[in-house]
Design a protein around this ligand. Structure first.
Ligand code: NAD
Length: 468
């Protein structure tokens, strides 16, 4: 791969800070990417480049913007293999899974390429010769700040929606996947006029500089702590904060389900991407009547998942996950499977099943970004629903039940943005999501993201008085 640089007004140049980030492959500790971090002047230059390109891009016909995005999607698709290898090397996702997630990103780019040009306002008739128009326009300069756990798919959504609606962008990918972020941005940017998509590099410090700059929107996908810092920065500058943050998603397993099937769902939700998914299953409530069979099957699932999952992104995250697990065991939980980091290179952590968990344990309250399924047995579906509803987060929840009435009660009661009945993942491609409370604000996905990326101008239009 080329040297990883910034991309500002169509030119590539290294960051000016002199500070270097180096990325280590979490599978074998080998060096992967080195990048020089952007400094304050670089951030200023990138925002200025985006600002300068904004009027021309805003005036570009929506169909032409959509065509540019289609061309970018084709380029990303053609480079899917290369991007998958990069994702694997930088954050550990198995190559096949990484390729699937790149192709999901390509699908999202194509959806926005089609939807952008038909995104339209509304009208309201007044008197005979009067009409109110609601016209959508771009917001201006959008800062797109993204995480490492699904680096291409997540960035494609925000970049696609921002660009197709006529905004210009300054993108800062995660400091843990800078090579992937750079390659994706350069593949896309070449299909747009210079300055429409700019890239800067760095960690939270660079992100904080960008989210305090004079941009119009800060779109952040990442942790809750960062989202709150960005919300505070936006409160000072007046920029709109669009936040898709962490979660503590419950899975509720009802009486009458096939315990083996339910365990398969729980394992998929807790162990896929080594548990590093915002909507991973983070805590399990199982009704007593099926609990023993469910736990036996979940342990068998954990055995089967061991050879399929990659490492965690780094050892720092592994230590955090392990601390939560060890504390839960100290406080009375039982590790039925896994529960400690293996010796050897890399940042691997085994699929872990904890039984006897209580709601006071950190592993049941705080986000655990690792392959851990903490389980609590509940007396009844109502008891499980009550406990599943108690969290400061409000991202998503899953309910496995044969009862239509329980499904209806659950989707109404759960205070989260997305409720999934009888499948931990899935949902139609292009589906929207609107997290609540500590999990964020605004629609980060789906056609509704086009609304978030645009601003509405209302025009009262009347005929001039007769006789002019
Ligand atoms: P993170 O918030 O640490 O980092 C994400 C991005 O924010 C990075 O580019 C980082 O450099 C930047 N950043 C860090 N501190 C900043 C600051 N003070 N100001 C501005 N930018 C800053 O998150 P992460 O560890 O990369 O990603 C994992 C988290 O992302 C998990 O909590 C996960 O649940 C969440 N996530 C949420 C969704 C969703 O749709 N809700 C999707 C994927 C990941």
């Amino acid at each position: 791969m080329d040297e990883v640089t910034q991309l500002i007004a169509g030119s590539r140049r290294p960051g000016s800070s002199g500070r270097e980030l180096s990325i280590i492959n979490p599978s074998d500790d080998s060096p992967v990417t080195r990048v020089i971090v952007s400094d304050e002047a670089d951030v200023r230059d990138a925002v200025a480049a985006a600002r300068e390109a904004a009027p021309g891009w805003a005036r570009t016909a929506p169909a032409a913007r959509g065509a540019a995005l289609h061309a970018a999607a084709n380029a990303v698709e053609a480079a899917a293999g290369e991007l998958a290898e990069l994702i694997h090397a930088e954050m550990g996702k198995p190559v096949g899974d990484a390729r699937d997630s790149v192709l999901a990103g390509v699908g999202t780019l194509r959806q926005y390429a089609e939807l952008g040009p038909v995104h339209r306002g509304r009208t309201l008739a007044g008197d005979d010769e009067a009409i109110d128009l609601m016209a959508y326009g771009p917001r201006g300069v959008v800062a797109v700040i993204t995480p490492w756990n699904d680096p291409v798919a997540v960035a494609c959504g925000l970049l696609g929606a921002a660009l197709v609606t006529g905004n210009t962008v300054v993108h800062k990918p995660s400091e843990r996947t800078p090579g992937t972020g750079y390659r994706l941005a350069t593949l896309i940017a070449v299909h747009f006029p210079a300055g429409v998509l700019n890239l800067i590099n760095g960690d939270g410090h660079t992100g904080a500089l960008l989210s305090s700059a004079t941009v119009d929107v800060v779109a952040h996908v990442g942790s809750t702590a960062t989202g709150r810092a960005i919300a505070a920065a936006c409160a000072r500058t007046g920029a709109k904060a669009l936040l898709e943050n962490g979660g503590k998603d419950p899975l509720l397993v009802d009486d009458g389900v096939d315990p083996a099937w339910a365990a398969g769902q729980a394992a998929l939700g807790a162990f896929a991407n080594s548990g590093q998914i915002c909507v991973a299953v983070e805590r399990v409530y199982v009704v007593a009547s099926v609990a023993d069979a469910f736990l036996d099957a979940l342990v068998a699932e954990a055995d089967a998942w061991e050879s399929r999952i990659g490492p965690l992104v780094d050892r720092r995250l592994r230590d955090t996950v392990d601390e939560q697990v060890q504390q839960a065991v100290k406080d009375g939980a039982t590790a039925l499977r896994g529960g400690s980091a293996p010796a050897g290179p890399g940042a691997f952590y085994p699929p872990t099943v904890l039984s006897g968990c209580t709601d006071e344990m950190a592993v049941m309250r705080e986000e655990t970004f690792g392959p851990v399924a903490p389980v609590a047995v509940v007396d009844s579906f109502a008891d499980g629903l009550r406990r599943a509803s108690q969290s400061e987060y409000g991202l998503a929840a899953t309910v496995l039940t044969p009862s239509m009435s329980h499904a209806q009660q659950a989707w109404r009661a759960l205070p989260v943005g997305t409720v999934k009945i009888n499948a931990v993942f899935g949902g139609a491609p292009g589906g929207a999501a609107q997290p609540r409370r500590l999990s964020g604000q605004g629609f980060g996905y789906g056609p509704e993201l086009l609304d978030e990326m645009t601003v509405t101008k209302v025009v009262h239009l009347e005929a001039p008085p007769a006789g002019w």
